[in-house]
Write a protein that binds this ligand. Structure first.
Ligand code: ADP
Ligand code: ZN
Ligand code: ZN
Length: 734
């Protein structure tokens, strides 16, 4: 085969096109999928070869040469290259930008693909002297390092000891520890493996069902109540695959890894091999190295967040998507893919099975199960406890308006605490108070950049906007009437914590919310302390819904469910129900029967009643019937074209233009709605709106839409706005 003369190269840019370059003499081994360094404007940028061609439309005196070939062979394999190409088309995202977002950040630059060394901390031979007595922090770090049998990177050390950089440096200066460069070894140290658990009947049936269909494409929706042991079903299937095929790889996708450290620990204990961790909380170096090892087939269990779905894994035999209903599986910026849906396509392309696990499956998946596109497996019973918790509604209308804990919940707390149990109080609002109000004139502290109130945080006496992070000092006087009569309205997690101090002073209280998880390593520490029963009352936000196993929690109080019930988004009910069932599911996972109290002002809400009396499946069935009647997803498909700008007028002029283009160019059976304001019209100083395309058949109009987008791209009205296409959007806030 003669050598091709030109290459079409994808670049990390929002432009929906490829760029032609000449392959100069001296560069021989060009392959589709290889990275190259190419001149682009005045810069040199990294590009990826998408196609080799004989001739280019660019005049020969204008076409530029490829500057350097960075890889001798494709950086993705054929399979992932095709997968990303499909996803770029399906989500109408520029191929170049899609390919680059699928690469680990280190490989988006012109770094090579050699295995790196990394700095790890070691003890020196210098013995510690008495002076450490006065430096307890340093002594603690030293003692911990002495216990370690594996290499400790700076990241691990920082995670273990947050805010201890000074202490670490001091130890280094004292000559007690040092940094050495080493190649991080792939083999984790020998350790006793956890033995296989004897599965319950339901677990056995479910795993056998999956094992029977290995080596073929099949989507298995594993719907198992909280605590039913879904993870053990995954493990059984993984173990079968790993023992029957010495090379096979398994990909496990989870919504947010930082929030579920338990799964990683359980995997390591059970399989004793190195787990390839892929998420944005690792260093660039680590991520690149793990990615490359997976691509070489050297790592067999891959645990990652949504971006891991694009990782080349030559021997992939199974994909698992845990908590498949979770909204964090959908990317919300840039390349707006849904990792679950991409994973399903990938399994199909590879002809392998995929398990979607959840206690509260998404409506999409339930719909697919009811039309038999997916197999539907059930775990109705908990693995370790006989009963699901009892759920009761506490009617807040009969309480005083400022009441935090209703009488029945307060009494139940006393009972459970007296019995030595732990308690969860759930409230989806962090901070101290969600609003600051002037009692005299009615002024409310509003974010200047968003359509939102500022939340008061007592710890630093600041007002913070939870949508754009704007921060300012709390006012001493009303800026409108100078009154000092400012009152804090409503309750956030911090205020609940404070309110409990008096009544429950003999018990230790701990908070779990984003303010906590932002600090590296703190979540792990708190989760451990909860396991060790150092705290009796846990107050938290939706972090609590993320699959944690708290063995001694027997009571869950959901302080306020009304917010989700009254939202304007048609998906809000589904979300609230999932959240409610997930949080409730933290209760009574062992011997004691759990109790759940839900405080609400609308105890008669029919869907809430169905959810509580008949369970999630019946709730979903009813809610889905309503969706079908209103022709809402999953019975139709939505594509949103979103726009934002500092100038509201520009947004609407652009979207009106887009609408008329779409009306002209799209077939008649596509319904076009809008322009509609985003639910939060202004965010971080930008006005946001969208138009909605409603389509019967997923994917049927891809080409028409591409054609529309090509036109939209050239509109002069597009210049002052930022716009994007969102296929299968999951909310109307963004
Ligand atoms: P889920 O993910 O469905 O909420 P998990 O897999 O976390 O449930 O299981 C809940 C708890 O029950 C875990 O502590 C797990 O070790 C235990 N467990 C699961 N299956 C069994 C079993 N067959 N025998 C004993 N314990 C089990
Ligand atoms: Zn005032
Ligand atoms: Zn704001």
């Amino acid at each position: 085969m003669s050598k091709k003369k030109f290459a079409q190269v994808a670049i990390d840019s929002p432009l929906r096109k490829l760029f032609d370059y000449r392959i100069p003499d001296g560069i021989d081994k060009v392959e589709v999928g290889s990275r190259v360094l190419v001149p682009f404007g005045r810069r040199k940028v990294v590009g990826i070869i998408v196609k080799l061609i004989e001739q280019s439309d660019i005049a020969s005196n204008r076409i530029k040469n490829i500057h350097t070939l960075l890889d001798n062979s494709t950086i993705f394999n054929q399979e992932t290259f095709t997968l990303i190409g499909w996803a770029a088309r399906y989500y109408h995202y520029p191929l170049g930008a899609a390919l680059f977002s699928a690469l680990p950040p280190a490989l988006r630059k012109s770094q090579d693909t050699a295995t790196d060394t990394e700095n790890v901390w070691q003890l020196t031979d210098t013995p510690a002297d008495n002076s450490l007595k006065r430096a307890p922090k340093q002594a603690k770090i030293l003692a911990w390092l002495e216990q370690q049998t594996t290499a400790t990177t700076t990241t691990t050390l920082n995670a273990q000891f947050p805010n201890s950089q000074a202490a670490i440096r001091a130890l280094e200066t004292r000559g007690l520890i040092r940094k050495v460069a080493t190649v991080i070894s792939d083999r984790s140290e020998e350790q006793p493996l956890a033995c296989e658990i004897k599965l319950t009947n339901e677990q056995r049936l479910a795993s056998e069902h999956v094992i029977k269909s290995l080596n073929q494409f099949k989507v298995q929706l594993l719907e198992g109540v909280t605590g039913s042991g879904k993870t053990e079903v995954y493990f059984k299937v993984i173990s079968h695959i790993l023992t029957h095929n010495a090379q096979a790889q398994v990909l496990i996708l989870v919504p947010e890894i930082g929030l579920t450290p338990q799964l990683q620990t359980r995997l390591t204990k059970r399989f004793g091999i190195n787990i390839g961790l892929l998420h944005s909380n690792t260093t660039e170096k680590q991520r690149k190295q793990t990615w490359l090892k997976i691509a070489q087939g050297d790592i067999r269990i891959i645990l990652g967040t949504r971006l891991a779905v694009f990782t080349p894994a030559p021997q992939l035999a199974l994909i698992i998507v845990d908590e498949e209903h979770d909204a964090s599986l959908k990317q919300q910026e840039g390349f707006l893919y849904h990792a679950r849906d991409v994973a399903i396509y990938r399994a199909k392309q590879l002809n392998i099975p995929i398990i979607l696990g959840s206690a509260t499956p998404s409506f999409e998946s339930l719909h697919n199960a009811s039309t038999e596109k997916f197999a539907h497996l059930h775990l109705h019973n908990r693995a370790l406890s006989n009963a699901m918790p009892s759920i009761q509604l506490a009617d807040m209308r009969t309480e005083h308006a400022s009441t935090i804990l209703s009488a029945p919940l307060g009494q139940a707390m006393k009972n459970h605490l007296a019995a030595g149990q732990q308690i969860i109080l759930f409230l989806n609002r962090r901070g101290y108070a969600p609003a600051l109000l002037c009692h005299d004139c009615g002024w409310v502290a509003h974010c200047e950049r968003c359509d939102a109130n500022m939340t008061y945080h007592r710890k630093n006496n600041k007002l913070i906007c939870h949508h754009c992070d704007s921060t300012r000092n709390k006012h001493a006087h009303c800026p409108q009437c100078h009154s000092s009569n400012l009152i804090m309205l409503g309750h956030g997690t911090q205020r609940i914590e404070e309110a409990l101090l008096d009544e429950f002073e003999n018990y230790s209280t701990v908070r779990l919310d984003r303010d906590i998880t932002r600090r590296k390593g703190l979540l792990e520490k708190i989760l451990l302390e909860i396991q060790q029963q150092k705290h009796q009352i846990i107050i938290g936000t939706q972090i609590l819904s993320k699959g944690h196993d708290f063995p001694n929690v027997s009571l869950v109080g959901i302080l306020d469910i009304d917010y989700g019930i009254h939202s304007t988004d048609f998906r809000a009910l589904e979300r609230s129900a999932q959240l409610l069932i997930q949080v409730a599911g933290r209760s009574g996972r062992r011997d004691i029967r759990g109790e759940v109290f839900i405080q609400t002002h609308t105890p008669d809400h029919p869907l809430l009643q169905t959810l509580i009396q008949q369970g999630y499946a019946s709730f979903a069935e009813r809610a889905l019937a309503a969706r079908s009647e209103w022709k809402l997803p999953p019975y139709t498909h939505h594509i949103a074209i979103r726009a934002r700008s500092q100038n509201n007028h520009d947004v609407f002029v652009f979207l009106e233009k887009v609408k008329s283009l779409c009306t002209q160019l799209l077939p008649d059976n596509v319904i076009i709605q809008g322009p509609i304001n985003a639910a939060m019209e202004k965010k971080a100083g930008q006005f946001r709106a969208f138009i909605l395309l409603i389509i019967d058949q997923r994917g049927a109009f891809t080409q028409h839409i591409d054609y529309c987008l090509e036109h939209i791209e050239t509109l002069k009205e597009a210049r002052p706005v930022k716009w994007s296409v969102d296929v299968d959007p999951i909310d109307n806030f963004v």
